[in-house]
Design a binder for this molecule. Structure first.
Ligand code: CMP
Length: 140
């Protein structure tokens, strides 16, 4: 099924000059980028983005981190892309991420885990609308 997902290269990935390395992995995997930009979230924007995690012990910290510097946000499109991208990222905790995944290769911390990806169609829709309007999405 053709679907879309939101991908973020997080502030740790941007500051460690991993933008190119992450995009190379996406392209090698055949995940099509249909929108892309660099942004810096305010704390309020990060809280809105991660509102499904409100109340969890890491909520304050992750929203501080995500607003601490620029991120690259992208929309990926393709067959079953939500699951394919999640597999490429690896587990949230890089220590549990499989060999060959982005997080296994680059992450340094459960929070500073380089990339984000939507975990369901419903969340993908919410996350894409958080960052992009229709004019910013390319038809391939
Ligand atoms: P992400 O996939 O973007 O979703 C929530 C983020 O919170 C997660 O990646 C991590 O960056 C951060 N986080 C920090 N601690 C945890 C935790 N214990 N469980 C899940 N996410 C965490």
């Amino acid at each position: 099924m053709e679907e879309r997902t939101l991908s973020i290269i997080k502030p740790d990935g941007v500051s460690r000059n991993l933008i190119g390395a992450v995009i190379k992995r996406l392209e090698e995997e055949g995940l099509n980028i249909v929108a892309m930009k660099m942004i810096r979230m305010t704390k309020e924007q990060a809280k809105e983005f991660y509102k499904i995690h409100e109340g969890k012990p890491f909520y304050e910290s992750v929203t501080d981190f995500m607003s601490s510097g620029p991120c690259v946000v992208m929309i990926l499109e393709g067959e079953n892309v939500i699951q394919r991208y999640r597999k490429l990222m690896g587990a949230t905790n890089y220590k549990e991420a499989e060999e060959g995944t982005i997080r296994r290769e680059f992450a340094t911390d459960i929070e500073k885990n380089v990339v984000h990806g939507s975990d369901s169609e419903e969340n993908a829709r919410f996350e894409i609308n958080h960052f992009f309007n229709a004019l910013e999405i390319a038809v391939r």
